[in-house]
Design a protein around this ligand. Structure first.
Ligand code: NIG
Ligand code: FE
Length: 446
């Protein structure tokens, strides 16, 4: 497990906190040359920005490639012999004939919680539903009770353990939501746990405020007042402390209405936060249309999205983030219409939705397999959805998700011979080496 370095080391490494998220920067004076003979999916062809339609199917593969990392950023990319000659003093790391991809980007996770809910998994498998369990006091409300009883050190340790697991599975950047505190103090504690771990852990975090995840037990009879409290008291504190770059809401029949969600998202926008919506997951309720209306960065889940909702998102530039592990795990009768979105030319991203209730997995390769099987994606489309498009969905499209100069030197070497084998060989971890900000952080899968 990664542990916090001493303050002196942190200062020496120049750990930085940026307005658009948290990023632990590593330096390496002579530069490091990562070279390989295998297929490198650089996602490097074409312009930056999210990809749609046929462009999602172009992984920019090179047979044998190299990148030079300086100060954690790719300074040059090209054929291995060309770069070796041009940079004779660089430290060389040979990745052999493995498949190499950019470090994966998970644009929707809930990594700050305490305790687990395996009892609910079993209840659902025996016939109860997610909503029924939530309405009887379980679900998110159970996780809220558990988080409130955990102290700050425990929360930080949990976030760090999750961050380690993401890296071991090839993910180098995550969007990270609060949402299991649901009181001013406990939401601030959750976001500070992300901030504090991000200050020293190699994983990059992009924090999102999700105070509108549920109605906490003590506010259930005063729902509009809880939304007022989120708008008047919590959002301003979160923004003033710069603890989040986005605000999300669980817009769904049993939780936040369209009107409540709209009110919250417009207030968040006024404070300069990006907006996101958990939309149309369990019932069709117009979440995608709302996301488009407020100019949200993303609308997520979208199992029951309408045709008009998809068109509105396309027009507004709202990225659909699909979470196939969640619909599978909740035994939903329907899948999100990933195939339709593909035909409509939406810039689809994929995420784990990692959380203790509806998707306790940190594996993006598993999610890629599910997208191939359930939405009819190719391996290249699935990879684009967890690199370029995922990065664009969280505002980092100009710095992560592609192996080109100017981007972070975040890459994964997989014990696999080609890209197609990544979603094909599902349910196992094929990560050999992970490089984060130019530094090897996982070797031989550990
Ligand atoms: O994205 N949909 C709302 N939030 C989570 C579930 C959280 C939980 O059940 O703990 C999700 O699926
Ligand atoms: Fe979620």
């Amino acid at each position: 497990m990664f542990r916090p370095a001493s303050d002196a080391v942190n200062r020496r490494n120049g750990t930085t906190r940026r307005a658009d998220g948290y990023h632990a920067r590593m330096t390496s004076p002579n530069g490091t040359l990562y070279v390989g003979n295998g297929p490198w999916c650089t996602l490097g062809d074409g312009p930056p920005g999210s990809r749609r339609g046929a462009d999602m199917n172009d992984p920019g593969t090179r047979e044998g490639w190299a990148v030079l990392s300086r100060n954690g950023v790719i300074a040059a990319a090209g054929a291995p012999d060309v770069l070796r000659t041009a940079h004779p003093d660089a430290h060389v790391v040979d990745l052999g004939d493995r498949l190499v991809t950019p470090g994966l980007v998970d644009p929707h996770t809930h990594p700050v919680f305490h305790g687990t809910r395996e009892d609910e998994f079993e209840m659902r498998n025996l016939g109860r539903t997610y909503v029924d369990i939530a309405l009887s006091g379980g679900g998110i409300r159970k996780s809220v009770r558990l988080l409130r009883a955990a102290d700050d050190a425990v929360l930080a340790r949990n976030v760090a353990e999750n961050a380690d697991a993401f890296l071991r599975l090839g993910t180098t950047t995550i969007e990270a939501k609060s949402g299991y505190g649901l009181s001013l103090e406990d939401e601030l504690r959750s976001l500070r746990a992300i901030r504090d771990v991000a200050a020293w852990h190699p994983l990059t975090f992009v924090p999102t405020f999700l105070g509108a995840h549920e109605f906490p037990d003590e506010w259930r009879d005063r729902r509009d007042a809880w939304v007022d409290h989120l708008i008047d008291d919590m959002l301003p504190r979160v923004a003033a402390e710069k603890l989040a770059v986005a605000c999300d809401v669980f817009c769904e029949a049993h939780v936040f209405t369209i009107a409540q969600s709209r009110r919250l998202l417009l207030a968040a926008k006024k404070l300069g936060l990006a907006t996101k919506v958990h939309a149309d997951e369990i019932t069709p309720c117009g979440g995608a249309e709302l996301a488009a209306e407020v100019g949200a960065a993303s609308a997520d889940h979208l199992v029951h999205v309408s045709d008009a909702g998809m068109d509105a998102m396309a027009a507004a530039g709202t990225v659909p983030i699909l979470l196939p592990a969640t619909s599978w795990y909740l035994r939903l009768a329907k899948d999100a219409p990933g195939d339709v979105m593909k035909r409509k030319g939406l810039p689809i991203a994929l995420a784990t939705d990692f959380n203790p209730g509806s998707s306790p997995t940190r594996s993006l390769p598993l999610v890629m397999s599910m997208a191939c099987v359930r939405y009819g994606f190719t391996a290249a489309e699935a990879l684009t959805a967890v690199t370029v498009n995922a990065a664009c969905a969280i505002g980092l499209g100009d710095r992560v998700g592609r192996l080109v100069p100017g981007y972070a030197c975040d890459l994964v070497a997989w014990d696999l011979p080609n890209l197609r084998s990544l979603p094909y060989r599902f349910g196992e971890n094929h990560v050999a080496t992970v490089v984060k900000s130019g530094r090897v952080v996982v070797e031989r899968g550990r």
